[in-house]
Design a protein around this ligand. Sequence first.
Ligand SMILES: Nc1ncnc2c1ncn2[C@@H]1O[C@H](COP(=O)(O)OS(=O)(=O)O)[C@@H](OP(=O)(O)O)[C@H]1O
Ligand SMILES: [Mg+2]
Ligand SMILES: [Mg+2]
Ligand SMILES: [Mg+2]
Length: 392
Amino acid sequence: MENERNLVLTSPGPDKYSKELDVAVRAVQMACSLCQKVQESLILKTSSPVLSKHDNSPVTVADWSVQATVSWILSESFGCRNVSILAEEDVQSLSEPDSSALLASVVKTVNDCLAEAPHFGLKGPETPLGSSDVLEAISRCNSTGGHIGRFWALDPVDGTLGFVRGDQYAVALALIEDGEVVLGVLGCPNYPMKKEWLSYHHRYHRIISKLTPTTSESWDKGCVIYARKGRGEAWMQPLHRKNKPLSWPNTAIPVRVSSVDNPALATFCEPVEKSNSSHSFTAGLAHTVGLRKEPLRVYSMVKYAAIARGDAEIYMKFARTGYKEKIWDHAAGVVIIEEAGGVVTDAGGSRLDFSKGMFLEGLDRGIIACGGAKLHERIIGAVDASWNSSSL
Ligand SMILES: Nc1ncnc2c1ncn2[C@@H]1O[C@H](COP(=O)(O)OS(=O)(=O)O)[C@@H](OP(=O)(O)O)[C@H]1O
Ligand SMILES: [Mg+2]
Ligand SMILES: [Mg+2]
Ligand SMILES: [Mg+2]
């Protein structure tokens, strides 16, 4: 009897986090749709300037609009007082007096998106949100994280650089409870359900977006991947098709990491920007380990999605010394890879620590994610030797 009781208390019940997952997937689907429209307008240069933050990184209407939309949906679904969100963007530059056009653009983008909520099985606002509602929804995402209780980690647009360049980006939402990521959802609007469609869509997108942007079917260009901790499974669904009810989870298929463990046959991914991760260090490491294929350089957490789906075997990121990784850049990706059968640690082999606030405190050098333990061990084993002979 006592054993049975313990079992109930320790194993995740079938419904644990099911409402949270349901709302999170729908919210990310909405965010993907929002981003597709803004990216199209960026490419066509019809609107949406790209701004620079204090650290010179880009931010757009989409970053603020997704943050406001997801914040509003989560608060409506679970009640303002029950929702705590740690997210990337703040309202400082949006609230400045000379930002009124930008703010108006964000408010319009948010309201256009929320008006579509019923198509995604969610309730939208009865009347459109005003500027103050939108600013409040963004600034409500002021959780500082930590090891006690529950909070959401949101990266409204990850890989903003890829986004503004018409390339890959992701919307990342994770739920963290008592320092552990318990649920992750990654929206990848330009990462098709099948890897083989990637080059086709890339070409297609670039041509079609210049000619007939609004008539292009966007649903099959991307995917949403999600997982709950402890399930041993991760799932993928296509982007929501316009004018059809979002029939999920019916449309979802399971994803699994690659079984390739021979380094010579393995592909590794890394950030596109050299300033975000040392390409020379990973090249040396790849040589030592016997990785022979060209690295796959992709913007954003789509790299995590690629490993979870088995499109690549290894993901490495070695930021410059002094850079502190933020939890929203990794939380959703980590739980998805782990549940799809993979391994994610820092370069010392320790699991990433999401319990110390907004940063991955104590991270040893870099991040290594692999489809399987064997490849992971080989890379971890090779890091020290390469590290000592590098100038990082
Ligand atoms: N200097 C430096 N070093 C390491 N990482 C940094 C650095 N500056 C920024 N960032 C964060 O990197 C996020 C994008 O990471 P990626 O791995 O996708 O890089 S890349 O876009 O492919 O080059 C990016 O996320 P977004 O801001 O959401 O785009 C940043 O949080
Ligand atoms: Mg950013
Ligand atoms: Mg990011
Ligand atoms: Mg971002």
